[in-house]
Ligand binder design. Sequence first.
Ligand SMILES: Nc1ncnc2c1ncn2[C@@H]1O[C@H](COP(=O)(O)OP(=O)(O)O)[C@@H](O)[C@H]1O
Ligand SMILES: [Mg+2]
Length: 310
Amino acid sequence: MTEKPIKAAGICKTYKGFLGSSATVLHDISLEIEEGEIFGLLGPNGSGKTTLISIFSTLIFPERGSLSILGMDARRHNKEIRKFINISTAKPNFPWSLTVRENLRYYGMLYGLHGSALSRTVEDQMDAFELGEFRDMKFENLSTGLKQRLSLAKAMLNQPRLLFLDEPTTGLDPDISIKTRMLIKRIHQEQNISVVLSTHYMPEAEMLCDRIAFLRKGRIVAMDTPRNLKRHLGLGERIVVTYEGSVDIAALQGLPGVLAIKSERDRLEIVIDRVEDSLDRIVKLFCAARILNITVREPDLEDVFLELAR
Ligand SMILES: Nc1ncnc2c1ncn2[C@@H]1O[C@H](COP(=O)(O)OP(=O)(O)O)[C@@H](O)[C@H]1O
Ligand SMILES: [Mg+2]
């Protein structure tokens, strides 16, 4: 198939509220997703990620714009499209009293599987997502991480060509998040599918995505590779140093991997590409000074937007 997984042009979405109120939450969204890529929708809470994923997965329709999914018109052919897509959301909700295996069989049947094909597919997905040892555990007793893994397994039951993941690691402990990201990477490689995933966490988008659309208040404010986004928007991690004495700021600026520097009297904020590559060299330039404090933090997406707007 040569059809692009997603071709969207000029999409607008307005939610109608009570008493005639309405809020436009997506403005003129246009993008194309390439076959086989992992495409990230990155933005803070409320920026429209879930709404856009709901539109792309044909759960809701935009009132303006054109949308083609896998070469088919989203509105006219939504039943056909749904055979080839699937979705896993941040807070998966499954029948609570069914076990892992029963839930997967239930969804498998909804996708039209039965008999030995159903049993085989369910076993395969339990293997792929390392759910075998929890097969007889009821949904209500699963940890958040296991619920998320079950949700991913369910999303692969119909062997989708296009997979939507809405905040796949939100609410998970850091180590479980890492494991989940590795699973996503693996299924993407093994199954050769296109993936659209939303996140409000830049390092996740960076680790997983080939390209990222940066959403703010329902608009795409930037769309690029993670590397370019980091460079152009200063989206790298921030090292903040307070110190006494003097530091060669020109030398700091010249270090590879340093994207930007903000200097105040006794405080330096250094935006960098990758902490593990730069920290050592940066700290060495403070040899003539006395470091009072040093912190490393992730970029705050709202901060970045404010800087962009300036
Ligand atoms: N069903 C709905 N009805 C009315 N407003 C909604 C609905 N769903 C989301 N919104 C609003 O749309 C905006 C975007 O929400 P959402 O797509 O959930 O963003 P995100 O997933 O990035 O947090 C928010 O302001 C939210 O309050
Ligand atoms: Mg959301």
